[in-house]
Write a protein that binds this ligand. Structure first.
Ligand code: CAA
Length: 285
């Protein structure tokens, strides 16, 4: 099973922002999807997120089918065993290596030996995650971007033991769900976060050190370099806890030039995690 066209069922582990976005784009492309999270409440919140995103896309004529038809291809569950017949599983749980390794070890015992196991990790090592399974050659990074239904690209990350056919499969699957791809070796932060995280942390430091107001740090980068969001609003969009986790992994692996900004740590400690809590560097109504 190395052709995306042979895939019928896709499993997604984690119904959070990334997990439910991945489930949505897979179902939109015609795959049957089972999305699992640990609590029913999280599964339901993920399904609601899919409903509202599909409605937005339908309203501007961006879907070939009715939202209800796409939605009917997505089942929610709290039981990992319900992913047993998946041909591909994409994991999108929290950025914690021990948690991801546990998920992969469990999946390895549940899912058919031919199935591909992909991780949406943004900075952790694919090789370390893959080594929790007996099939490291069938483990690959499929790093979707947030918001998944809108962003055009997916980063394919190649672990130490990832089979070349599985790398091809990963590119092919991402293309099937309407994305363009690029490839990264399994090195800290891959291409995107290796470059994005220091950019965000420098934006936070510039604000904290009084170079400009938070509005002008964002405006400066938006208007000055034509990016859709400045570093502070992008941090709020991603989630400050996610930014801090990614920054700490990079700092640990790549040294002091990746040190997270002090104000980022203070905001996370205060529980101000960005848009999702209503306040980060900016306040959201
Ligand atoms: N589902 C469906 N449609 C959505 C959506 C969603 N979840 N989120 C936004 N949209 C649509 C809106 O409906 C809107 O459509 P129209 O233009 O047709 O009206 C369009 O996207 C733009 O949205 P908004 O008008 O609300 O706001 P915006 O113009 O500021 O765009 C954005 C929002 C798409 C998020 C844009 O600001 C952007 O591209 N920001 C940068 C995002 C980015 O860099 N993401 C990567 C983060 S890094 C990452 O994900 C990896 C990691 O490991 C941390």
């Amino acid at each position: 099973m190395d052709e995306p066209a042979d895939v019928e069922r896709v499993g997604v582990v984690g119904a959070g922002t990334m997990g439910h976005g991945i489930a949505q784009v897979a179902a939109t492309a015609g795959y049957d999807v089972t999305m699992r999270d640990v609590e029913r409440e999280y599964v339901d919140r993920g399904l609601e997120g899919i409903d509202s995103s599909l409605e937005r896309l339908a309203a501007k004529g961006a879907l070939d089918e009715e939202p209800a038809t796409i939605r009917s291809r997505i089942a929610g569950t709290t039981d990992l065993a319900d992913l047993a017949d998946a041909d591909l599983v994409v994991e999108a749980v929290i950025e914690d290596l021990a948690v991801k390794r546990d998920v992969f070890a469990d999946l390895d015992g549940i899912v058919d030996g031919d199935a591909v196991l992909a991780t949406n990790t943004s900075t952790l090592s694919i090789t370390e995650i893959a080594s929790a399974t007996g099939r490291p050659e069938r483990v690959v990074g499929l790093h979707f971007m947030n918001p998944v239904p809108v962003m055009d690209g997916v980063e394919v990350v190649v672990g130490e033991r990832t089979d070349a056919a599985v790398v091809e499969f990963a590119h092919g699957f991402a293309e099937e769900v309407g994305k363009e791809t690029w490839e990264s070796d399994d090195k800290p932060g891959f291409v995107t976060n290796r470059i994005l995280m220091p950019w965000i942390n420098e934006g936070i430091r510039a604000y904290d050190e009084g170079v400009a107001t938070r509005e002008d740090v964002d405006r400066g980068m938006r208007l000055g370099t034509n990016v859709p969001m400045g570093p502070l609003e992008l941090a709020d969009h991603i989630g400050l806890d996610v930014v801090l986790d990614a920054s700490e992994t990079l700092h640990e692996e790549l040294g002091d030039r990746y040190k997270p900004a002090y104000l980022l740590k203070r905001k996370v400690a205060a529980g101000d995690l960005g848009k999702k809590t209503g306040e980060g560097f900016h306040v959201y109504e």
